[in-house]
Design a protein around this ligand. Sequence first.
Ligand code: G3H
Ligand code: 13P
Ligand code: ZN
Length: 307
Amino acid sequence: MPLVTTKEMFEKAYKGGYAVGAFNVNNMEIIQGVINAAKETNSPVILQVSKGARKYANMTYLKKLVEACIEDSDLPVALHLDHGDSFELCKQCVDDGFTSVMIDASHLPFEENVELSRRVAEYAHAHGVVVEAELGTLAGVEEHVENEYGSYTNPAQVEEFVRRTGVDSLAISIGTSHGAFKFSGEAKLRFDILEDISRRLPSFPIVLHGASSVPQEFVEEINTYGGNMKGARGVPEDMLRKAASMAVCKINIDSDIRLAFTAAVRKHLANNPAHFDPRQYLTPAREAVQQMVKHKIVDVLGSNGKA
Ligand code: G3H
Ligand code: 13P
Ligand code: ZN
């Protein structure tokens, strides 16, 4: 089956009270691990390409790998540009066959965010591609609190933003952040903001970035086999389940893939010091990604059996 957009995935997810996983992909083993897990669980899935992935692997390589991985299956798979930072980049991805793009202009003033997101939506829609935009900023939530909402998404702005831009989904900030070190104290998400937003935007799909849970078994394994990730912490899985049962239809996961992959490589090399064939340690790494994604789909997102 060819790549699909997220439109139908999100409609079904919203109604069904679950979320679709959006997994960042950087190489063949990660793509295969994620797709194998989606096939095993009969789940829709979104594969997304970040700025780092674009620099590391090149979008064309990743797109071809994804296509090769799904050519024998009828699983709904969307290929998404993660954190697109310009109209030109979004246009290039639309022209290259991505089925979904994110324009992240959340760091810009409201009017500029509206204008850029609107322009991307106009172009993408004319080519059958869907668009995610962002309102509120993820990083530094604790640092700059200027008003009641600080850098959280201000619910009073969402209706106007969605109406004027025409975007198909909205990434919001309710306390998550990118990376493996999310909370120094107690993990806290502003579900009140999510509720307020979903009241104002009925049936509209919301996206949660920075949603890795940083499983402690991976952190411990990395630390045991020569790494140092002390204090790494993510979003508790019960909070992600709660978000998925609400208006959140897309949950972004990258750091957990990195952790699963790295833990498996470290463990393999520590236990097999004579191995030097990359296939020897990339095989367990790919398997670890698959098992982790399977766990997310079944125990956190609830998208199993929904393909
Ligand atoms: O949005 C953040 C993702 O984890 C991607 O990060 O640009 O280093 O690949 P990256
Ligand atoms: P994590 O760092 O929590 O995996 O977030 C990934 C993400 O939001 C990609 O856009
Ligand atoms: Zn993100």
